[in-house]
Structures are given as structure tokens and as C-alpha cells.
Design a protein around this ligand. Structure first.
Ligand code: PLP
Length: 411
């Protein structure tokens, strides 16, 4: 009989959002009249920018004509998109990225999940806690961890706790680690690392020959000058960092699907025989073997965000969400709840009153004020005692939710 990958059995059964859906469905069945406001799942609600829609319509028409039809494109992405990304997101900030150092994909989840395949299974992984669960789960699947312990930690992984006590800036690990996942701005905490904090990590990686896997899916939400938009703004990062970016939250592509990964050719690892190998080469091999390119229509849509109108439209939508973030953050503070994030990211991370367990706070918020959020414990052991609200709702619901919390929540 065929055997299975036993590592999958190490993963806990119930997925965070499935459990949330289950509790909300049970509440709704018992309270059919309840007007539930969802500030839970991190999906956007505003439509794609008109510039993207127009570009995608045009691309569809091109596919209708044999002279302009496109079949398989370059697996790494069309140059009309890669050139625009390099120009606007890197060159404009003084960063040189070559056209063969960028890989267009169907989104960042695939990239941050798949990247570990080009690393040896004996690498030691460090992950900030709490964080987007994909980094940990994919390393569990690959066998780079032991089993899940009773305290919620996987054996063999270095967790880097981030909470209010360290201002959500993780301390450097005491032991040597090979792969370091940093999510900046962070999902779920909505906090970021300053230039000085990020430099510590780049210096650590250079000294220890580690690689930083830098997820900047929310870079477009950064408002403060001291927060780098790209890790390559830090001197020396091009030797030690791989960066992931996404059009999902930048321009509403969560359903349309487009993202990209930057792997400078200077980022290298040791082969078993000791020779130095470029990760770029390995990822190119993987990408061209397992992926056949992001749809032409989607890439045309993504490229349109770099036009003058596209830039304006994207900024307007981000400003809309960030105003929601301000309303939530200030509303929570007015209600006497400690809230973090929401300045450089569309997430607000609140401290549960009196250290209430985060699932208890989930139930309290749902039953008392009919609002759905996300329990912090779902993002790692250090998320316990915290709770995530997102700014991706529409304005009306965001305002109504905050009013309910201020007036009706018993804390
Ligand atoms: N990285 C982070 C930190 C995220 O929060 C998300 C989505 O929520 C992703 C990556 C995935 O983005 P994409 O839609 O590009 O797959």
C-alpha cells in the first residue's frame, strides 16, 4: 500500500477560519435576527481599481483575435509587468533588481508556502509569533519540525515572541537559525519593524549565513517614513533576503490572484558538497517545472496599477481602509481597550480585557455585540490574550461596529 507523508498528521485538525465559521453559524441559528458585522477574515471588500478593469477588458479582447492571442507566457512573468514593478517599487527607492531576480506568481500564499522546498530539510527555522500560519504549517508538512507540544509550540522550531512587552519587535534568537520568517507589516498584529530593528536582522543573517524570508504583502499600507517598504532598503540585505509581495491587499487582487517574489542572485546556500549555490537558480528551476505562469489578463490588470490613474486609484482605496483602521483603533481606545497596529497596516490587534482567553473574547464579542473578529491564539501561542480586527470592511459597518463596542460591550 502507498504510504502518506506523515508530517501532515502533525498538523492540528481544525483550521482557524473553519472554527470561526462554525461558531458564527451556531450563533446565527440560535439568533436568526442578529445583525452580524464581520471584521474577521482578512479579505478586501472594495472593487478592483477601474484602471485594472479597463486593462483586463482590453486583454480579453486581445485573446479573441488570432493576431493578438497569447497562450503560455513566460513562467516568470511578462516583462511589461516585471519592468513596471522593478521601476516603481525598487528603482524608485534606490534598489537595483535585475529582471531575472523577479518571479510573478498566482499570489503570495503559494510563494511563501512553496519557498521552503528549495531549502534543505535539516535547516533550522525561526518564525515570529504570532504570525500568518502558512510559514509554520508548510515547514511542518516538509518535515522541518518535530511534533506539536501541549504548550502549542512545534518541537524544533525557534519561536520569536512579539507582544506589547517588546513593542512587537522580536529579539534575535539565542541559537543559530538558518531560515528566518519576518512578516512586515505583520499579519495579525498590524505592527512593523523600524529601519534599525530590521537592520539587526540583516546583520544577524549576514553573520550567521541565514536567509530572511521577508513577507511584505502589506507594504502598500505603510505610512510612516521610518518603516522600510522593502527589506532591500537595508544595506547588505540583497545577500541574505528573499522578498514576497502581493497585489491582493495592494489592489484588491485576492480573488484575481497575482503576487511576486524577489530572489537576488547574491542570496546563496551551501550544497551537500559545500559548494555555494544561488537560491535564484533553484527557484527558477522549481517555478518553471511546477508553474505555467499567471494569466495574461491578470498580469495586464496588475501592471495597470503602475499607470498614473492606477496609482491614484490604489492610493484612494488604501486610504479608505486606513481610515477604517483609524476609526477602529481610536474607537477601541475610547472604549478602554488597548489597541495596536492600524497605522502601517489594515489590522488592529487588541489586548483582551483582563487577559481574557482570545476564544472567550471571540464569543463575548459575537454574543454581546454581534461582531466577528479573529482570536489571536489562532496565529500562534503568543497571540493568546489578543484579538484581531480588520479594516477591510465597508465604512458603514466599521462605524456601526465601533459604536456597538463603545456602547454595548461590557468590559
Ligand atoms: N502573506 C500575508 C502576511 C498575508 O496576510 C496573506 C493573505 O492574507 C498572504 C501572504 C497571501 O496573499 P495572496 O493573496 O497574495 O496569496
Amino acid at each position: 500500500m502507498a504510504t502518506i507523508n506523515d508530517n501532515y498528521l502533525k498538523l492540528p485538525g481544525s483550521y482557524l477560519f473553519a472554527e470561526i465559521a462554525r461558531r458564527v453559524a451556531a450563533f446565527k441559528e440560535a439568533n436568526p435576527e442578529a445583525d452580524i458585522i464581520r471584521l474577521g477574515i482578512g479579505d478586501v471588500t472594495q472593487p478592483l481599481p477601474p484602471a485594472c478593469i479597463e486593462a483586463m477588458h482590453k486583454a480579453v479582447d486581445e485573446l479573441a483575435n488570432a493576431d493578438t492571442f497569447r497562450g503560455y507566457g513566460p513562467e516568470q512573468g511578462y516583462s511589461f509587468l516585471t519592468d513596471a514593478i522593478i521601476e516603481h517599487n525598487y528603482k524608485a527607492r534606490g534598489i537595483e533588481i535585475a529582471s531575472d531576480e523577479i518571479f510573478i506568481s498566482d499570489g503570495s500564499k503559494s510563494d511563501c508556502g512553496n519557498i521552503q522546498e528549495i531549502f534543505g530539510t535539516d535547516n533550522h527555522v525561526a518564525i515570529t509569533d504570532p504570525v500568518y500560519p502558512v510559514y509554520l504549517d508548510t515547514n511542518v508538512m516538509a518535515g522541518r519540525t518535530g511534533t506539536l507540544q501541549e504548550d502549542g509550540h512545534f518541537e524544533g522550531v525557534t519561536y520569536l515572541p512579539c507582544d506589547a512587552s517588546n513593542d512587537f519587535a522580536p529579539a534575535l534568537p539565542k541559537e543559530r537559525v538558518d531560515m528566518i520568517y519576518l512578516c512586515c507589516p505583520n499579519n495579525p498584529t498590524g505592527t512593523t519593524l523600524s529601519r534599525a530593528e530590521l537592520k539587526k536582522w540583516v546583520d544577524y543573517a549576514r553573520e550567521n549565513e541565514s536567509v530572511i524570508l521577508f513577507d511584505a504583502a502589506y507594504a502598500a499600507y505603510i505610512t510612516e517614513d521610518d518603516v522600510p517598504r522593502s527589506i532591500y532598503e537595508i544595506e547588505g540585505a540583497k545577500d541574505v533576503a528573499i522578498e514576497f509581495r502581493s497585489f491582493s491587499k495592494t489592489a484588491g487582487f485576492t480573488g484575481t490572484r497575482c503576487g511576486y517574489t524577489i530572489i537576488p542572485k547574491t542570496v546563496k546556500g551551501h550544497a551537500a558538497d559545500g559548494t555555494l549555490v544561488e537560491f535564484n537558480k533553484l527557484w527558477n528551476r522549481r517555478h518553471t517545472t511546477k508553474f505555467n505562469g499567471t494569466a495574461y489578463i491578470v498580469q495586464r490588470g496588475a501592471a495597470a496599477i503602475y499607470t498614473e490613474e492606477g496609482q491614484k486609484q490604489v492610493k484612494e482605496t488604501i486610504a479608505y481602509y486606513m481610515e477604517n483602521a483609524r476609526i477602529i483603533r481610536e474607537g477601541l481606545q475610547a472604549a478602554g481597550i488597548k489597541a495596536y497596529g492600524g497605522v502601517n497596516a489594515p489590522y488592529i490587534w487588541l489586548k483582551t480585557p483582563e487577559n481574557m482567553p482570545s476564544w472567550d473574547f471571540f464569543d463575548k464579542l459575537l454574543t454581546e455585540v454581534h461582531i466577528v473578529g479573529t482570536p489571536g491564539a489562532g496565529f500562534g501561542p503568543c497571540g493568546e490574550g489578543y484579538f484581531r480586527l480588520t479594516a477591510f470592511g465597508n465604512r458603514e459597518n466599521t462605524v456601526r461596529a465601533v459604536e456597538r463596542i463603545k456602547k454595548q460591550l461590557h468590559i
